[in-house]
Design a protein. Structure first.
Length: 245
């Protein structure tokens, strides 16, 4: 059995959100991320879209944390956008300490760095995550959650792709005015074609018909009848996954 899929999958909590993604493409949003190295924490926010490549048969824990609806897209599509797996860092690792020191230097001596150097450091920070740590999200409440098991891939846009908006924001600045920060990037969308979709996941079997009807209405003008039939065949429910995988 493979330990990863040939697709990346984005999960969400609502069917309406999945429909919106299908209709408009992905939107980005700032997310708070904490990195702890040698028990020293660094908190910042990055605009992102998160995916994973966990096989469906191993995804039950992921459903509990991130939602029962999902869309899978080909890794060829992911590569075209520059999406990359997260770099996981252990709290006491040598490479973790090296990267953390670069972040601290960036914060304390940014005037000594070129704009290109600062951009590279911000991109590295936006793609790092702890190997494990506390997580309290939806049905998951685990003080030592293994983030590594999520096999996360992230899309972090280039600053020029989002109107020169920042890709690394201090947590205190973001949390004091989330709406303003997210409003600055709310109009940007990242689209895909019907033939780039690998999976469409809904919570239960009853919602399969609802999603098919939605696709008929929204995708009939975007793809051929054959492509639409193929798209219907890619819909599965968590009920089916639990029974068949």
């Amino acid at each position: 059995m493979p330990i990863s899929t040939n697709s990346i999958i984005h999960y969400t909590k609502k069917l309406d959100t999945l429909k919106m993604i299908l209709k408009e493409g992905f939107k980005i949003k700032y997310c708070v991320e904490s990195l702890i190295i040698e028990n020293k924490a660094m908190h910042s926010c990055h605009p992102m879209i998160s995916f994973c490549d966990i096989p469906l048969s191993e995804s039950s824990k992921h459903f509990n944390a991130y939602g029962s609806y999902g869309i899978g897209l080909s890794k060829k599509w992911a590569n075209s956008l520059g999406i990359n797996p997260v770099l996981y860092l252990e709290n006491n690792s040598i490479i973790g300490k090296s990267i953390y020191d670069q972040f601290v230097y960036y914060l304390d001596h940014s005037e000594k760095l070129s704009d290109e150097q600062k951009l590279h450091i911000r991109q590295i920070k936006a793609h790092t995550k702890n190997y494990s740590g506390p997580l309290k999200r939806n049905k998951v409440d685990d003080p030592n959650y293994k983030f590594y098991d999520e096999r996360e891939w992230r899309f972090i846009p280039r600053e020029e792709e989002i109107g020169k908006q920042m890709i690394a924001v201090r947590k205190s600045s973001y949390t004091s005015d989330k709406d303003t920060w997210n409003g600055k990037i709310d109009s940007y969308r990242y689209e895909f074609k019907a033939n780039e979709i690998s999976y469409l996941i809904v919570k239960n079997d009853k919602e399969i018909v609802e999603l098919i009807n939605f696709l008929r209405a929204e995708f009939a003008s975007k793809c051929t009848a054959r492509e639409l039939d193929v798209l219907f065949s890619k819909i599965c429910s968590i009920e089916q996954i639990g029974n068949d995988y």
